[in-house]
Every structure is written in C-alpha cells, then in structure tokens.
Design a protein around this ligand. Structure first.
Ligand SMILES: Nc1ncnc2c1ncn2[C@@H]1O[C@H](COP(=O)(O)OP(=O)(O)O)[C@@H](O)[C@H]1O
Ligand SMILES: [Mg+2]
Length: 393
C-alpha cells in the first residue's frame, strides 16, 4: 500500500510530506521510503497559526478560518506528494494536522487539538484520509503523545544495549527501547521552541531560527540563567509526560530573562542550546540509554548535536538517516505507518509509552472519491519495522 504521511510540528516551520510503500510480512512491517518534501506554509496560514498559539487569545472565527487554511495547505501538500513521490498513484493519506493546543492539567492530558480539516485533502486527492490520530489515546487515558513511540519501538526493538529515538522538533521527545523491559516515551522539554522564540523576538522577526547553531557557537552559557531555567518543575515530573508551547513560549523565556538578564543574543542561544542538551541527557541517563537515534530539524544543528554528545560520553549518537529514515521526514513517515496500522485494524499505541489504559485503534477516516473499502483486518500484529531501500525492492 502506498501511503502519504503529512506532518507539521509545533515549530510550524513547514509541512513535511513523505511517501512510503508499506506491507505486512508475517510479524514484520516492511517499509520502502519513496521520498519526502518539505513544503513552506503560505504566509497567511503561517501568520494565522502564530496568532492563535498560546498564550494568545483567539476567536472561534479565527479557528474556523485557520482550520480551512491549514486543510487546504495540507491538501496541496498531499496532491504534490501523490504526483511527485508516488507517480500519481497512492492509496491513503495520513494527516497529523497542526497542533494548536495540547491541554495538560497536573500531568493529565484532557484534550489535544489539531487543525486542518481532512475533507480538503480527500476532495483534492480523491483518496481516503486518516486524521485526528491523537484523540483516541487521550480518551483511553493516555497523553496522546509521543505517538511516534509505537513506530520507534518497532524500529529499535532488538538493537544492542538500550536504544532510544530522540526527535528534536519544537519540543524534544524520546522513546527508550530496552532489550527486555517495556519501552517508555515522553517529552523531555523544549528542543527548538525557546531557541526559535529568542531568535524571532530579538531579530524583530527577521530570522526564525539559529541556523546551524551559529549564534550559540559564538556565545557563552550563562550559568545563572541555565540554573533558573532548569528549575522548571516539568523536568522533575515522572513519565509518561508531554508538554508543548502552552508552557515553553516567548513570555516564559522573557520572564526568565527578566529574573536573570542576559544582554547578548548569542549568550542566550548558547544557554538555551545547553538547556536542551542537559534535559535530553538527563532523560537518557535516567534510562541508561547507550544509543541515541536523532531526528527532526534539530538534527541539522551541529552545535546542538555536539552539546548532546558532550553531555553523554560513551553514548553512540547517530541521526535516523543511518537507520534508513531521513531525519526531516521521520515523523511524517511515522504517521504514515500509524494510519496504515489503523486501516489494517491494528492498534497503534504502546500503553507503557503514552500512559493509556490500553493500546488503541487510532484516528478518524474520511472517505475519498470511492466508497470506503478497508483491507481485511491483519491476522498478526507486526513486532518489527524493516526498512528496505527503494533499489532493493
Ligand atoms: N540548519 C539548522 N540549524 C539549526 N536549527 C535548525 C536547522 N534546520 C532546522 N532547524 C530547527 O528545527 C526546527 C524545525 O524542526 P521540526 O522537526 O520541523 O520541528 P516541528 O516538528 O516542531 O515542526 C526549526 O524551527 C529550527 O529551530
Ligand atoms: Mg516542522
């Protein structure tokens, strides 16, 4: 089955579209990556997302408009993916949508909202769409995140030592897959969220991120600001736990800077880069991780990767490209896998990772042009993900 995965994370920097050929072979899920595209948001849509994100107040009208704009942008991305990655023929689109709110109260997730109405994608492509993948896990008592943990578990199971997957998006999340114990997954804290907020704010909106970590490389860590930021209670909460830009936003950073002023942007960036490295490393040490497979936009920041490596001597740090998943497209490919599991009647969550009472069949299904026809429910749930290069198919 040819499946397109569409994802935009909390950084809302771009829509990631990826396509994969997926099939079940006994207890293996076999994936061939067909390709991936990173598609810029239309300016109006991106501004609209920025305007509704916490702590901003918004209106139902703004949410309605944005739901349509995001749905149409995802529909364009899906159309391009069908044409350019699948030679015009795909079977299914899986759309994460854009998270605009992740409602956490005392560590319990009570709701999570992704915008981007799937009808636009179904109308534009004629393909069935699986969307709204997070809600069912929340309804089953889980965090609704990190959902990629199910795919990480399939991918890393059986690797030597204690393998972990780390995604460095706006927020950083890890999935730890020990050889004999249950896997665990959680958000460690900000990856790029505060870095991006600092760059945007102090460049007056001229720049959006610290390209290649150049600012951080030129600055010095401010020990007092770092200590203040590390005092955040979230880091001390036990897993499973998830967070978002409801907590780690610009006013949060400005409050910290008011308490501990740091004048140079470069020093702020050095400090925030170290904050990400330290919180990721603390999480890895707590779970005795020996190998760390990194993905997400932060994997392209060499200063951040070096800082993480320096905090974790003896741990093998590699990017997900080394295990067959392009670092930028990993999350989009993971969502393609989750939707594929859904249409095969297979639960796609790991309760020890999301904290749910049980594993759930995820998502809502929007029919395409034809009446919905699902494959017969799979007889065997896969226990491993095998990635086969396109040339070797
Ligand atoms: N070359 C780079 N140097 C430094 N940071 C980068 C680079 N490329 C991407 N990033 C960071 O990665 C972020 C996007 O990562 P992504 O995985 O798409 O996050 P999300 O899932 O939250 O959208 C950007 O906002 C930026 O902070
Ligand atoms: Mg992104």
């Amino acid at each position: 089955m040819r499946v397109i995965g569409l994802m935009s994370g909390t950084s809302y920097d771009a829509i990631e579209a990826a396509a994969a050929e997926l099939r079940l072979d006994g207890d293996e899920l076999v994936m061939t990556v067909l390709g991936a595209r990173s598609l810029p948001w239309p300016r109006e849509t991106r501004d609209g997302i920025a305007a509704v994100l916490p702590p901003a107040a918004t209106t139902v009208e703004a949410v309605c408009r944005l739901d349509t704009l995001i749905g149409r942008a995802f529909a364009d991305a899906a159309g391009q993916a069908v044409r350019t990655l699948c030679s015009g023929a795909a079977d299914l689109v899986v759309s994460h949508g854009q998270t605009v709110h992740h409602w956490v109260e005392d560590g319990t997730v009570r709701g999570t909202l992704q915008l981007g109405r799937p009808a636009w994608i179904a109308e534009a492509t004629g393909l069935p769409v699986v969307s709204d993948l997070r809600s069912r896990d929340v309804a089953a008592g889980g965090q609704g995140a990190p959902l990629v943990s199910a795919v990480d578990t399939l991918l890393l199971r059986g690797r030597p030592g204690v393998a972990a997957a780390l995604n460095l998006g706006g927020i950083a999340n890890v999935t730890v897959v020990p050889r004999t114990a249950d896997p665990v997954a959680f958000d460690t804290g900000p990856a790029n969220a505060l870095l991006d907020a600092a760059v945007r704010h102090f460049s007056g909106g001229a720049r959006h991120y610290d390209e290649d970590g150049r600012g951080a490389a030129a600055g010095r860590v401010d020990a007092a600001l770092l200590a203040l930021l590390l005092d955040e209670p979230y880091y001390r909460r036990p897993a499973p736990k998830t967070t978002g830009k409801e907590l780690f936003h610009l006013p949060y950073l400005l409050d910290a800077l008011a308490a501990r002023p740091v004048l140079e942007l470069a020093d702020m960036l050095a400090t925030l880069t170290r904050l990400t490295a330290v919180t990721v490393a603390d999480a890895c040490r707590a779970h005795r991780v020996t190998e760390l497979v990194v993905s997400g936009g932060g994997a392209r920041n060499p200063v951040l990767l070096r800082a993480i490596g320096a905090e974790l001597p003896g741990v093998r740090v590699l990017t997900s490209d080394a295990v067959g998943l392009p670092a930028d497209a990993k999350e989009a490919l993971a969502f393609a896998v989750l939707g594929f599991l859904t249409v095969h009647g297979l639960p796609a969550t790991v309760p020890s990772c999301t904290g749910a009472r049980h594993a759930s069949l995820l998502g809502s299904l929007t029919p395409g042009a034809a009446p919905p026809r699902l494959p017969p429910p799979a007889a065997v749930a896969p226990t491993r993900l095998r990635i086969v290069p396109a040339a070797a198919r």
